[in-house]
Design a protein around this ligand. Sequence first.
Ligand code: NAD
Length: 253
Amino acid sequence: MTRPERPHALVTGGGSGIGLAVARALAEGGARLSLVGRDAAKIASAAKAIGDACPISADVTDEAAIHAAFEAARATHGPIDILISNAGAAPSAPFRDTDLTLWNATLAVNLTGAFLCARAALPHMLQSKWGRIVNVASVAGLKGYAYVSAYCAAKHGLVGLTRALAQETAKHGVTVNAVCPGYVETEIVTESIARLTRKTTLDETTARASLVAFNPQGRMISAREVAAMIAWLCGEDAAAINGAAIPITGGEI
Ligand code: NAD
């Protein structure tokens, strides 16, 4: 099968940051969009900004809510051809303060959420012999960072899930890939900078500079740059890219 003319793309965490930029890029390429996120108001305003997008409020860690969200998406735009598992959160804490609650919550949103969404989307993709799954991992899925052990473990897990699932879908026209950005100018990074200024002696400019310093290009990456790579992975030209974990880092890794 080839790519449907107007594929149905479902983006989790589609109300802000990378998710919203991806939704825009896919819509520009002709896709019909469903946006899933926890914050109903944010999702509704993002869907309105895109135009013909279906806003769905759901928590990706809740299996029943994800089942209902995919049903609602299918009722609006038909079966899902493209899944972008982007919802995530990056709480930070030294390992000694990383308790089981923080650990479980971080794995739930960054790893289990993508697992639940892939399970919900895959049957139709396998049946129609065409599909694209892109998991938004992180450079923290490819190397270690201090003070985010749960996030690093979750994103490494997401890269592992991507690589394993790609082997299972390879003969069925479905590709499964991960993108692994460095620091991207979004709310997650704004929160990280605020946390650094609260917990250290750094002021905002120095805290920002300490994050930018990870990127050899000496800058934050834009959500648009990440979205452009994801949109390309969802196209016909990327049919041979499968099981990849693509760094978008300015050379950090
Ligand atoms: P963001 O905070 O703008 O986006 C995260 C989105 O996920 C938000 O819209 C939030 O409402 C949604 N979300 C969080 N928990 C959810 C849940 N349980 N159910 C449903 N939706 C939920 O930040 P972003 O930077 O755009 O993050 C998007 C993805 O990119 C995340 O997976 C993040 O880990 C990853 N990432 C971000 C950076 C960065 O520097 N910004 C770098 C690498 C990877």
